[in-house]
Design a protein around this ligand. Structure first.
Ligand code: BG6
Length: 489
């Protein structure tokens, strides 16, 4: 008996982005500074330090970034200038045949400080123009409300998400955009990679470590407030846009036990559960039983308001989405083994069976099939692959075109594994490649860590013409979409 590997007819093929990494125009039309607008890139700093700010930001760094006299380069203020190129860029996405486009709304365009009582009309009008352009090309917007870009003021003056007041500010932002775009946007995600707070609390929940010596407490208190905010936003979205679908979004970089030793298996299970409990809360509506023990071990005492558990229970998400880039292995004795390099997301131990990207991320297409099956078994909710992609050093050929066969291979192998998962019975309704056009890297703030099907002429220090050029992968993905995933030749 054969099982169909065909993608559903209305499958949402597309690409994924985030406002802080591509829009630029950080001081245009009333936008305020976001938490990501203070990341610097310094080409002269040792490479090993490029991930340091992503792991944690200091008061001194934030203060310097707020000083107009600062001589540092802040790449996320420039992005790839989508703000002024969106029509051209969306036309290129349409040429590839995109069915959907995942993007975020910069909170700081709508509420520049985050605590205002009235929204910024110029910011709202910008996204009207973007959504109208997408609609003109029959591209469905899939919108993240929060993608590592909370208003900086909510970090510096309110101390981030551990402060319950942020829930109200977020809900004001969410309901404002639900009302404004109720006829234009159906698919929403509440928080990007909500489970990454454990790796980078500054950019996830706005926590500066110096203010929070009890860092674990701050991280999980911030996460609890995001869970409540997500549930209340889901409720509001369903009321304002009855046909809407709201999803959670986690980073799901699958983990394997490094050996079959039971201690490694337990260590792996523990690590994976710490990641998955975030989607457990959002998709099932409750903290799993084992988290009580985890919180006690970490010395975390969650401050919950009366009614919080009921809110989580009543308003779970409609679908589960996730990013998938790589896998790694887990050992009970990691100190004796070679760790993975280049990412803070999984950490873990190198897998000797897998190749790796230019940035040390271990490439594992079969892990995507496993991830899809595991998440579907666990939640029985529709799934959406919100991010998957290859950051690489791209070098143009003599004709000026980037022959990125390595990117095509990566994509092909991952699509094949989605086909397998569909044949396994997984309900998968969309796939958005990260990122369809070159933009600033989230973790290292480099421009030269390129994911796009479209090259942008800009270097790590922001020099270049910003000219957009199709890479070889552009026409390959176009063919894949036109054949609804059947033609992978
Ligand atoms: C995901 C983020 O973790 O990974 C994106 O949601 C990010 O914002 C992507 O860009 C790739 O990571 P990086 O650091 O290579 O840009």
């Amino acid at each position: 008996m054969t099982f169909s590997k065909s993608f559903p007819d209305n499958f949402l093929w597309g690409g994924a982005t985030a406002a802080n990494q591509l829009e630029g125009a950080h001081d245009v039309d009333g936008k305020g500074l976001s938490a990501s607008d203070v990341f610097i890139f310094d080409i002269n700093a040792p490479k090993e330090t490029w991930l340091d700010q992503w792991a944690g930001m200091t008061h001194a760094q934030v203060a310097e970034a707020q000083n107009p006299a600062s001589k540092k380069y802040y790449p996320k203020r420039k992005g790839n200038d989508f703000y002024h190129h969106y029509e051209e860029d969306i036309a290129l996405f349409a040429e590839m045949g995109f069915k959907c486009f995942r993007m975020s709304i910069a909170w700081t365009r709508i509420f520049p400080r985050g605590d205002e009582s009235e929204p910024n009309e110029a910011g709202l009008a910008f996204y009207d123009r973007v959504f109208d352009t997408l609609r003109k090309h029959n591209i469905e917007p899939v919108v993240s409300l929060s993608h590592y870009e909370m208003p900086l003021t909510l970090v510096t003056e309110y101390d981030g998400w551990p402060n319950r007041k942020i829930v109200d500010f977020y809900l004001q932002f969410a309901t404002t955009v639900f009302k404004r775009y109720r006829h234009k946007v159906k698919y929403w995600m509440t928080f990007n990679e909500i489970n990454c707070v454990k790796h980078h609390p500054y950019v996830s929940v706005g926590v500066i470590e110096e203010n929070h010596p009890a860092l674990e407490q701050a991280k999980y208190q911030g996460a609890h407030h995001q869970f409540v905010a997500s549930a209340l936003a889901t409720k509001a979205c369903h009321e304002i846009i009855p046909e809407s679908k709201v999803g959670c979004m986690i980073s799901y970089q699958i983990l394997y036990p490094h050996t079959c030793h039971p201690d490694d298996i337990q260590a792996c299970e523990d690590a994976q559960r710490v990641s998955l409990f975030f989607s457990d809360v959002q998709a099932r509506g409750a903290y799993p039983a084992w988290t009580e023990r985890m919180f006690a071990t970490k010395g975390v005492v969650l401050q919950k308001e009366r009614g919080d558990d009921e809110i989580l229970r009543q308003y779970p998400v409609d679908f589960v989405s996730f990013s998938y880039y790589m896998s790694s292995t887990v050992s009970a004795h990691p100190e004796k083994l070679e760790g993975v390099k280049g990412n803070l997301i999984t950490g873990g131990i190198r897998n000797p069976y897998l190749p790796e990207s230019d940035w040390g991320w271990q490439i594992d297409p079969k892990g995507l099939r496993l991830a899809l099956n595991q998440l579907y078994d666990r939640y029985q909710k529709p799934l959406f692959v919100a991010e998957n992609g290859l950051g690489a050093v791209d070098v143009p050929g003599s004709d000026g075109i980037i022959q990125d066969d390595y990117r095509i291979d990566y994509l092909r192998l991952h699509i094949e594994q989605m086909q397998e998962a569909i044949a396994d019975g997984v309900d998968l309704f969309g796939y958005t490649w990260w990122g369809p056009i070159d933009m600033v890297s989230a973790s290292t703030s480099q421009m030269s860590k390129r994911y796009g099907f479209i090259h942008v002429d800009q270097d790590d220090m922001g020099n270049g013409t910003l000219k957009r050029t199709r890479k070889k992968s552009f026409s390959w993905y176009k063919k894949v979409i036109a054949s609804n995933g059947n033609d992978l030749s």
